[in-house]
Design a binder for this molecule. Structure first.
Ligand code: ADP
Length: 481
């Protein structure tokens, strides 16, 4: 198959198609014009020849009648003229009398015979008939021989018919010569057209070659960073889209790098602490067992922290996957929230925070239990964690015919206005040391937001520093895949 790849490439190329189009555009009209020209030359030549012979024949017809030639075919002057007419036009003249007898035939073949043809009969009715037979190459015309009229109004009798048939060989010879020379000209022109078409095809696809070369350069890292081929509106448009895509890839690459460096940093922090703790205990001689225990407890805490970060990262990676990974089921959201609150109650009690759930109506919705539980837990846990002593957290659930609404309201420390737009970013924390103290990783809200968006929902936050925060979540009751 690879053997024929070049052929597929060549015949499938724009260059080949353009060349073929130009060749067809050049050659088809040329051939048609050539055929048309030959045809009209033939028509014109035949019509000139016909009218020439017709006028000669009419003059002769008058003389024939004047000299009463039909009854006296030996009249020398008329015979001479008849011979002359047939000689000039390479033809045959026959004079036919009223009883359809051929009284004179310049070929001397059919004199005395009877001729009854459509044309002859028509001419006896007073009509001049002309006919061109292109296959047998002759023009035939029949002219009535009218009796001389005595007065203007008197109808004239037809005494006979003169039939002239002339060969059109000379016209055909000319036609053949003309056809031959136009064929040669056509061939020369065809070669020129093919050559020009090939050049044009090459020229027109050049911007596309330039484009693929530029893309290759961008790919290898040499040359310009942006694609710019403005030869055609189309290439400019493709370049614009391509540059847009490059920009997006760059943003993605930057954010990936930032994420990797953040992850490394976050994972390194507990390890550094552990190393410091281990080194300091090792450097102490005769350290008391209590100190060992204390340091080992600290190291244990750091291990827990590292585990939490890794777990959160895994959750986040799972959220980043496609919506096809959602495990949708129709769940009772009231029960789901009750369970979450039950699990979080001990933490709330430890912080002396009052945790209240208010359900306005029973709600069932299509959700992924694991992901939505994680999202709601993060929100409620944050509301408890970033609260004040003896504060409160109100969780309320409501619904309409399309969505269910979760509101998590707290009396906590609030979020500064300039931090609000960053809180969903990975590893973002308003107060790093505070968040670290209470076991935050900075990934919770990023996970929450991804989970809600996967359910085609929305999340909004309102917060006043020192007063509290409200998170409003809206999720469709029926999952739209
Ligand atoms: P963390 O693991 O640090 O809690 P999150 O992504 O859950 O990370 O939250 C990001 C930051 O947003 C937190 O560090 C905190 O500063 C702020 N934040 C989140 N929820 C609240 C809240 N209910 N009240 C005040 N601050 C909050």
């Amino acid at each position: 198959m690879a053997k024929f790849k070049w052929a597929a490439d060549f015949f499938g190329s724009l260059k080949f198609r353009l060349t073929v189009c130009f060749v067809l555009l050049g050659i088809i009209p040329g051939t048609l014009i050539q055929a048309g020209m030959l045809n009209s030359y033939e028509k014109r030549a035949v019509s000139i020849r016909t009218s020439e012979i017709l006028s000669q024949a009419k003059i002769l017809a008058n003389q024939i009648v004047s000299n009463d030639y039909i009854n006296d075919v030996d009249a020398a002057t008329i015979n001479a003229q008849l011979e002359q007419l047939s000689a000039i036009y390479d033809g045959r003249v026959m004079i036919i009398d009223e009883s359809f007898h051929i009284v004179r035939d310049t070929y001397d073949l059919d004199a005395g015979k009877t001729i009854i043809s459509e044309e002859v009969i028509n001419s006896f009715y007073g009509n001049e008939i002309t006919k061109y037979d292109s296959e047998n190459r002759y023009i035939e015309l029949t002219v009535p021989l009218f009796e001389k009229a005595a007065g203007e109004t008197e109808t004239r009798r037809t005494l006979g018919v003169m039939m002239v048939s002339v060969s059109t060989d000379s016209i055909n010879l000319n036609l053949e010569y003309l056809a031959r020379s136009t064929r040669v000209m056509g061939m020369v022109l065809s070669f020129a057209v093919i050559f020009i078409a090939y050049l044009l095809g090459n020229l027109l696809v050049r911007p596309f070659h330039a484009m693929s070369k530029s893309i290759e350069e961008i790919q290898t890292g040499y040359g310009e960073d942006l694609l710019s081929i403005d030869s055609y509106t189309e290439t400019a448009l493709i370049c614009e889209k391509f540059n847009g895509m490059l920009g997006r890839m760059k943003v993605l690459d930057d954010s990936r790098q930032e994420f990797v460096s953040n992850v490394s940093h976050e994972l390194k922090t507990p390890l550094t602490s552990m190393k410091v703790l281990a080194d300091s205990i090792n450097s102490m001689e005769d350290a008391p067992i209590e100190l060992y225990k204390e340091f080992m407890a600290d190291i244990g805490n750091e291990v827990d922290r590292e585990t939490k970060i890794i777990n959160d990262l895994l959750s986040l990676v799972r959220m980043d996957k496609s919506a096809a990974d959602l495990n949708i089921a129709n769940l009772n959201i009231n029960e789901l929230l009750e369970q979450i609150l039950k699990r979080l109650n001990p933490i709330a009690e430890r912080q002396h925070v009052e945790l209240v759930l208010e359900s306005f109506r029973p709600v069932t919705a299509d959700v992924d239990e694991v992901k939505i539980t994680l999202a709601f837990t993060n929100l409620i846990e944050n509301a408890i964690k970033y609260n004040r002593e003896d504060g409160w957290v109100h969780v309320s659930l409501n619904a309409d015919h399309q969505y269910f609404y979760l509101k998590v309201e707290d009396s906590g420390i609030g979020i500064p206005q300039d931090s609000i737009e960053h809180i969903y970013e990975r590893f973002y924390r308003v107060d790093k040391s505070h968040s670290r103290e209470i076991g935050g990783t900075g990934l919770g809200l990023a996970i929450t937001r991804s989970a809600i968006l996967m359910h085609r929902g929305a999340i909004k936050v309102f917060s006043t520093e020192g007063e509290g925060t409200i998170f409003n979540v809206r999720i469709p009751l029926n999952y739209i895949s």
